[in-house]
Design a protein around this ligand. Structure first.
Ligand code: UN1
Length: 508
């Protein structure tokens, strides 16, 4: 009965925060006393536990290569069915997954819930996309010729996932590569191996062979070794722009090596433009959500707020008031809005920048000082060009723009070279058209928050320094994982007649 894909809209804000009774129930499970969660280890074919990192990249790729042809030969329905069963299992195991997500990725409860739902959505969406989009198609051609386009797996894909969506993006990449007939070596971020191990264990439980999906827990060294293996058929990567470029270079390095696809989804210096016609209350809610939810640790998050001069003062006053209501603290408490950042390194980078900008603070709020809590802070900058880096945390830069300079403002934002998300708040239809025409971003959000792209409805991904596309959760994602093969047969002469003979007839 899951033929029709219905997004759970799990990643949309609003739903996550409003269901207080459900949150309370889940909070009790998530905190679970002091009892540590029991992650199901993903067992490799050799019987080792996932934590046995000694398995070499080469050996993993060899195993996956050997398993690939049989998996690719299975029917689309077979593979899609595995994803649907995995989605069902993820739903059943939701509380455990949330618990790991809160503990390991330090996500708040609403974010952990959204994470699981998005993973479920990815599995169901790609299953449905595979059923409808991967069937062989007969293409029109000259009379007497038959042309058939088939979509096959390419071989072994290496998937490299980020810590900020350790389940949703991890499984999204894996699900897409698997359903298209590929075998996968999947490397989670070193900060979040447990949730990946749990998910891979579930995947093996629904009939995805252990050699078809191999977990590769480890750091950058293991990632580099996998990328350098010239037998791999493609890479799906989400992470920093710098790492994506290193991967691209490695792929081109070796003369002998086949040219393979790299799907990279990287960062952004995402701006929201607010004009004087915007609804102030809505602006404030959407800015707080986009900049501070998930402690600003989404690549879609708002980094640069651009206010039309006339309304800057009033908007900032309201924004400061809204920030005062945010609770920064333990992510396992249902009352928490903003949790800690991922690790010590991130904490130091963000706090260093915040400190360097101290004279420019427009607003900051209290945060516990016994942990990796970066206090949400508004930082004034003189111009758009002053924000040169993606600050991956709850620090929001603010600048103003002058009436009549909407298009010019968008052009200046474009010039950063990034092109992931952009927001616009305006009640003038022409303003939205202008921004749509001028902005070079993958996802433009008008009069709403800039995070929480919904699988199947809001395909996500950027351009320029923000990534290669195709967009995850969109209709063009799966084909990039495939080898497209066309067979053209002359049906009037030898080619056509030959198909009427059996192999025995001609002694083959
Ligand atoms: C990321 O942070 O790597 O739209 C991607 C969103 C998420 C995607 C974020 N679905 O916020």
């Amino acid at each position: 009965p899951k033929d029709l894909f219905e997004p759970s809209r799990g990643n949309s804000e609003g739903l996550d925060f409003s269901d207080r009774a459900e949150l309370g129930r889940v909070a009790r499970v998530v905190s679970g006393g002091d009892k540590a969660f029991e992650a199901k280890p993903a067992v490799t074919s050799a019987g080792e536990q996932w934590s046995d990192c000694g398995i070499e990249a080469k050996a993993m790729v060899s195993r996956a290569l050997a398993a690939f042809p049989t998996w690719d030969a299975r029917s689309i329905e077979d593979r899609a069915g595995c994803l649907d069963r995995l989605a069902d299992l993820l739903e059943q195991e939701r509380d455990t997954l949330m618990r790991i997500c809160v503990q390991e990725a330090k996500k708040t409860i609403p974010d952990a819930l959204a994470e699981v739902r998005e993973a479920v959505d990815f599995c169901r969406y790609y299953a449905q996309q595979a059923r409808t989009g991967l069937q062989p198609i007969e293409l029109p051609g000259p009379t007497g010729e038959r042309n058939v386009l088939r979509m096959n797996g390419r071989g072994v894909w290496v998937c490299i996932a980020p810590w900020n969506f350790p389940l949703a993006i991890f499984l999204g990449q894996v699900a897409a590569a698997l359903v298209t007939g590929n075998a996968v070596v999947a490397k989670p971020a070193p900060q979040t191996p447990e949730i990946a191990a749990f998910a891979v264990g579930l995947a093996h439980g629904v009939g995805i062979p252990e050699d078809v999906l191999i977990l590769a827990p480890g750091g950058p060294d293991l990632g580099a070794a996998l990328v350098e293996d010239s037998r791999i058929a493609g890479i799906a990567f989400t992470g920093s722009t710098a790492t994506a470029k290193r991967i691209a270079r490695a792929l081109l390095d070796d003369e002998e090596r086949p040219i393979v696809p790299l799907i990279a989804e990287t960062g952004g210096i995402n701006a929201m433009i607010v004009d004087s016609t915007a609804l102030p209350e809505q602006v404030v809610v959407d800015v707080v959500t986009s900049a501070f939810r998930s402690a600003g640790q989404r690549c879609s998050a708002l980094r640069l707020l651009l206010l039309q001069e006339e309304i800057a003062e009033r908007t900032l006053e309201m924004l400061a008031g809204a920030m005062d209501t945010l609770i920064v603290g333990d992510p396992a408490l249902p009352s928490t809005d903003v949790g800690p950042v991922i690790d010590q390194g991130a904490y130091e980078r963000l706090m260093g920048h915040r400190e360097a900008m101290r004279g420019r603070w427009l607003k900051t709020i209290a945060a516990p000082d016994n942990g990796l809590f970066v206090p949400p802070t508004l930082i004034r900058v003189d111009q758009i060009e002053d924000v040169r880096k993606e600050w991956f945390g709850p620090l929001l830069h603010v600048a103003t723009w002058k009436s009549g300079e909407l298009a010019a403002t968008v052009e200046r934002v474009n010039r950063s070279g990034f092109g992931l998300t952009m927001g616009l708040h305006s009640r003038i239809a022409r303003a939205a058209e202008t921004v749509e025409e001028v902005a070079t971003v993958g996802n433009l959000y008008v009069n709403r928050s800039m995070i929480g792209a919904i699988v199947g409805s809001q395909p996500f991904g950027g351009e320029g320094l923000s990534g290669t596309g195709p967009k995850a959760g969109g209709p063009h994602y799966l084909p990039r994982f495939c080898a497209e093969r066309v067979t053209s047969t002359d049906t009037t002469s030898a080619g056509g007649n030959a198909t009427l003979l059996s192999l025995e007839d001609v002694g083959l």
